[in-house]
Structures are given as structure tokens and as C-alpha cells.
Design a protein around this ligand. Structure first.
Ligand code: PLP
Length: 385
């Protein structure tokens, strides 16, 4: 437990709530979840399921109808033929990460991942006594691992490589041609590639893609060393429903099934029934409108932060984050985040929450608030700086 670090932003959030109780007006740009309510068709489907008494456990790998609906979605959106049997429904992407790390990683197996990155990944690896190979990445690779970086850092005990595209906290993507090289390399090494696509669909200026499209056959079927993680939390705006999924190779299904049975039995039944409405055309229409709103927010915030002297070497193309180098203003982003909160009421996440790669230089802005609030935040930041 001593090596499991807390989320520093939670302390900051606690302070923000305290200030709010004292009557201060806080602009929350620290929270990594959409501000929108879950689309109404999904809520209606959840209520309807409850009315019909659908409250019992589902099979541990999820409702077959939902697994099929997810497989159909890949066919419609990405022209990928994925058998529903390979879709595993989980309590959030978090549940998927827990299962797959549990299924793949044993004591002393190493997992390579990028720093900065989603902090919980390292803790999942610690949880099973695995070894974390955190690789410091910078703007030269858009803060992502590349095939070259992976090759350079390969160790005998490297068992899996984790990638997130789009990524948290940087909002950057792995381009398809690089993903192809990575898939090939990891296959040659006879290791596993775990691709976290939780922000899939939340991309701006470019087409949404899936790593499985970059595999050998382009069908995803023969990619027996790739695991895709996804979730209903971000694009589908269902954070609190706790629902995600992953696509796993056939030979890992049984391990995932057994682990799920033991660790949480199944994902929440109401959430699964609600999510059956997530792929309806009327839901997708709502979500696509909201995607454009996220894009407008990014297009407002990104140039303003540059004007204020923040450095953002790679323009984020996805998720809802901007990871800024604030070294023009401070040599300690944690102190700056605290000062910003106390003196301006703007809450942001300090770099320390995303790894050990010069965290004092960075902070993350989440554009999970309307442009009117972003405008206020910029005014306050400008006055303060
Ligand atoms: C990259 C990434 N992966 C996984 C998760 C976990 O999300 P959830 O469990 O809500 O699906 C998050 C949450 O912020 C994330 O940013």
C-alpha cells in the first residue's frame, strides 16, 4: 500500500469544495469527466430495465445482447468484424484494466508505458507485483511511445506495452502508421499490446480510429496479441454508471471470465441495460453534437493558453485535455495549481498526478466546462499571471 500513490488532484478538489462552501465561485477545470448529462435515450433504457425488474446479476462477461451491440458498433463505425464472444463487459475501463493486468502479468513481468500517462495504470501493475517500465516521453513523439522507443527500451521481462490513444493527460494520438509498426514489433517480441481507447470518438480534425484496424488483416481477427480497452465513461458520458469493455484474444477469455467471477461477479446490470441504447442513431446524434462542443472549447482554450505564456508543443487532437508546460510562470506546478485555486478560484490538475517526468513543469486543463466558464477562467488567469 505504501507504494500506491494518492491522486493529488483529489486533495485539490477537496480544497475546492471547501472554498465553494465558503461561498467562493470555483471554475472546475481539473475534473476528467464530461459535464454533460448521460444522453436521454440511455437514461430511459436504464429506467425501463429497472421497471421491468432487471436487477439480477448478468453473466460475468456481460449481457450477450450488449456484447453483440458493441461488436456491431465496431462493424458499423470501423468496418471491423469482431465476434461478440471476444467482447468482455466490465465495470468501467478500470475493471477491464484490472482484469487484463491480472490475467497477463505475474510477479516480475514488466509492463512498458509512457510517462506522463494515466496514473492508475502503474498501480494496477504494482497490484500484481509486476514491474513498471515507465518511459519518459516528450513532444518529439507527441508524448507517446513509438516503435523505436519501445525497441530501445525492451527488456527480457517485458511482457506487455500499454498505450492510450487519445491519451490522458496530453490529448495526443498515436498515428495509424505508427500503431502498425508498434503492433508488428510487439508481435515479433511475442508480447502483448494493450491499447486504451477510452477517449475513442472524442477526436477533432481527424477521423476516429481503432488500433485493430491497424493489425495484420485489418479485421482484428488474427490480432491475438492485442487487447483493446474501452469505456462508456467518456464519449458516451456515463462515468457514474461504471461500465466499460475490452476486446481480448480468444485464449485470454477464460482467464478474464474466471477473474471477473471472483473480483466483481459482473458489471452493473442497470448500466448494461442502459448502454444497449448507447449505439442508437438518436444517441450517437446527441454525442456527435457534444463532440463538436468539446472541439469548440479546445479551439477557444488552446490559443488563449498559448497567449498567456503556457507552452503546448503538440496541439491535442483528442480527449478533453490540454497538458501545458508552465515553466514560463513557475518551477513548481503544484504550488501554481494551489495558488490558482486559492487566489483565482480556477482548479487545474498538477503534473505530479501523471508521473515522474518533470511533473513540476506541467499542468492539465480539462475543458469539461462551457466556453463561458473557460472565458472567465482565462480572464482570472490573465489577471493573476
Ligand atoms: C486513460 C484512462 N483509462 C481509463 C480510465 C478509467 O475510466 P473508467 O473506469 O471510468 O472507464 C480513465 C479515466 O479517467 C482514463 O483517463
Amino acid at each position: 500500500m505504501e507504494s500506491i500513490k494518492p491522486f493529488h488532484v483529489m486533495a485539490l478538489l477537496g480544497k475546492a469544495r471547501e472554498l465553494e462552501q465558503q461561498g467562493r465561485d470555483i471554475i472546475h477545470l481539473e475534473v476528467g469527466e464530461p459535464d454533460f448529462n448521460t444522453p436521454q435515450p440511455i437514461i430511459n433504457a436504464g429506467i425501463e430495465a429497472l421497471r421491468k425488474g432487471k436487477i439480477h446479476y448478468t453473466p460475468s462477461l456481460g449481457l450477450m445482447s450488449l456484447r453483440q451491440a458493441i461488436a456491431d458498433f465496431y462493424q458499423q463505425r470501423y468496418s471491423l468484424d469482431i465476434p461478440a464472444s471476444r467482447v468482455v463487459v466490465t465495470p468501467g475501463a478500470s475493471g477491464a484494466l484490472l482484469l487484463i493486468i491480472g490475467a497477463l502479468i505475474g510477479a516480475d513481468d514488466a509492463v512498458m508505458l509512457a510517462d506522463p500517462g494515466y496514473p492508475c495504470n502503474q498501480n494496477f501493475v504494482r497490484f500484481v507485483d509486476g514491474i513498471i517500465q515507465a518511459i519518459a516521453v516528450d513532444e518529439s513523439s507527441s508524448y507517446q511511445l513509438t516503435a523505436e522507443i519501445i525497441e530501445q527500451n525492451w527488456q527480457k521481462n517485458t511482457k506487455a506495452v500499454m498505450i492510450a490513444s487519445p491519451a490522458n493527460p496530453t490529448g495526443t494520438l498515436v498515428p495509424d502508421d505508427e500503431m502498425k509498426k508498434i503492433i508488428q514489433l510487439v508481435k515479433e517480441k511475442q508480447a502483448y499490446l494493450i491499447v486504451d481507447e477510452i477517449y475513442q470518438g472524442l477526436v477533432y480534425d481527424i477521423e476516429s480510429s481503432c488500433a485493430l484496424s491497424c493489425g495484420n488483416s485489418g479485421t482484428g481477427l488474427d490480432n491475438q496479441h492485442i487487447i483493446i480497452i474501452n469505456s462508456f465513461s467518456k464519449y458516451f458520458q456515463m462515468t457514474g454508471w461504471r461500465l466499460g469493455w475490452m476486446i481480448v484474444p480468444d485464449h485470454l477469455l477464460q482467464a478474464c471470465d474466471h477473474l471477473a467471477q471472483n473480483l466483481f461477479l459482473a458489471a452493473p446490470t442497470t448500466a448494461q441495460n442502459a448502454a444497449l441504447a448507447a449505439f442508437l442513431p438518436e444517441t450517437i446524434e446527441i454525442l456527435e453534437q457534444r463532440r463538436l462542443i468539446f472541439q469548440q472549447r479546445r479551439d477557444y482554450l488552446y490559443p488563449r493558453l498559448l497567449e498567456l505564456g503556457f507552452k503546448i508543443p503538440v496541439k491535442p487532437q483528442g480527449a478533453f485535455y490540454i497538458y501545458c508546460d508552465c515553466s514560463n510562470h513557475t518551477d513548481n506546478s503544484m504550488t501554481l495549481a494551489n495558488d490558482l485555486l486559492e487566489q483565482t478560484g480556477v482548479a487545474v490538475t498538477p503534473g505530479i498526478d501523471f508521473g515522474n517526468n518533470h511533473p513540476e513543469r506541467y499542468m492539465r486543463f480539462a475543458y469539461t466546462r462551457d466556453v463561458q466558464y473557460l472565458e472567465q477562467a482565462i480572464q482570472r488567469l490573465s489577471a493573476f499571471l
